[in-house]
Design a protein around this ligand. Structure first.
Ligand SMILES: *Cc1c(COP(=O)(O)O)cnc(C)c1O
Length: 397
């Protein structure tokens, strides 16, 4: 048997007709950029997330970049984020000229650790006379970017308290977590709607994937939403008058239309992913492997939230990760490592002066975690084959 890490062909086949009809219509009208399809998906995402405003953009990366630019974050500023994320989270901070500051993760959820965040801000930063917070090097700390990694929300209550206390904007990197829920201040909130602003990616392999690059920003304040709309068009308002520097961060109509066809199915796909996670848990238990590998934590399972985890990735953990991965590759089972290094260990961030050992939980996770096949249509037989292959590895090793 061959089990790929991800296979979206069944999903496409089921929706091929309505998607082709949408694309045909766009080709006929020749309206490719900022038209009715873009407006419609923005409205649909507002409704889905219960977000006051949504702004379609060209990718998840550009969502983060546009937000930082629209907040006027740049040289002399610092932005705090997780040491364990996809590169874009930190890359965008550096691209606007600000300094990325990394914080270690919680070992069970792989999300930013609120106590570590609190400790950094109170022990390593100081207040200036005007009340603003500064790093030891003097940069002004402007914002925190929690990343809801693998589809599980960060502990947003704690992050909210910390951000209030230190007066930081909260920018959620919800690229992997569209639809994930959290009980936030007594209500059920979706990922992206708990901070000032949230960023989504519709990269094809994300839970809601376009047929190319696309992204979305959701936010609370109307004035900021207006500024983001201007930012995604080079800071231009009216035409050919530029008040600040933006970029070309526009969402195109074809991607918008495809996303609108798919969005109504998202909660069903998330439920199917959770069912896949439940089968993995059953199989790992049945084969007595839970002392050999750690399974994903579900810290919010008992809170009555259907989408307490949306399983963008199914991540297991073992000290034998690299050998296990080789064994699974020989068995034609697709796996991946998200991510092999902490952001502080990336060559391009050497100038920040971090060292190996600075974030032990991140470094352990980078050494020990492995993503197994995960998608809504993954069959029970395929999952059995995967877990039996893992059992075979541990029987021999
Ligand atoms: C995918 C991803 C991004 C970037 O999104 P793109 O659409 O690929 O630009 C940012 N942050 C995280 C955590 C991601 O997983």
């Amino acid at each position: 048997m061959r089990v790929p890490l991800l296979d979206l062909s069944d999903q496409y086949r089921a929706l091929a007709e309505p998607i082709r009809a949408e694309l045909d219509e766009i080709l006929k009208t020749q309206q490719f950029i900022l038209g009715p399809k873009g407006d419609a998906i923005e409205k649909a995402i507002c409704d889905y997330c219960a977000a006051p405003h949504a702004i379609g953009v060209s990718s998840g990366t550009d969502a983060l970049l546009a937000v930082l630019m629209a907040m006027n974050i740049g040289a002399g500023d610092a932005v705090v984020t997780s040491a364990f994320s996809f590169f874009a989270t930190a890359g965008c901070i550096a691209r606007v000229g600000a300094t990325p500051i990394f914080i270690d993760i919680e070992p069970h959820t792989y999300n930013i650790s609120p106590p570590a965040l609190e400790h950094y801000l109170s022990a390593s930063c100081h207040r200036a006379e005007d009340g603003s917070l500064h790093t030891a090097q003097g940069e002004k700390v402007r914002a925190v970017i929690p990343v809801h990694l693998y589809g599980l929300c960060c502990e947003m209550d704690a992050i909210h308290q910390i951000s209030e206390r230190f007066q930081l904007a909260v920018i959620e990197d919800a690229a992997q977590a569209i639809g994930a829920e959290y009980s936030f201040g007594g209500r059920t909130a979706k990922a992206g709607t708990m901070g000032e602003v949230g960023c989504f990616s519709f990269y094809p392999s994300k839970n809601l994937g376009a047929a190319g690059d696309a992204g979305m920003i959701v936010c609370r304040e109307e004035a900021f939403a207006d500024r983001l709309r201007v930012c995604r068009q080079h800071g231009m308002e009216p035409r050919y008058y530029h008040h600040f520097i933006g970029g070309n961060f526009r969402l195109d109509e074809m991607q918008a239309a495809i996303l609108a066809v798919k969005l109504p199915f998202l909660d069903g796909w998330s439920a199917a992913r959770r069912a896949v996670a439940d089968v993995y848990r059953e199989e790992f238990n049945r084969l007595g492997l839970t002392n050999r590998v750690s399974l994903p934590a579900e810290p919010y399972r008992d809170r009555g939230l259907p989408n307490h985890h949306i399983y963008h990735q199914y991540i297991i953990r073992t000290a034998r990760r690299d050998d296990l991965r080789e064994h699974l590759t020989r068995k034609e089972i697709g796996t991946a490592i998200y991510y092999p290094l902490g952001l502080h260990e990336q060559d391009c961030f050497a100038y920040l002066g971090y060292r190996a050992g600075d974030f032990p939980e991140t470094e352990n996770a980078a050494r020990e975690t492995l993503a197994l096949p995960m998608y809504p249509e993954l069959s029970r037989e395929a999952q059995r084959y995967v877990v039996e292959a893992i059992a075979e590895f541990f029987a021999k090793n």
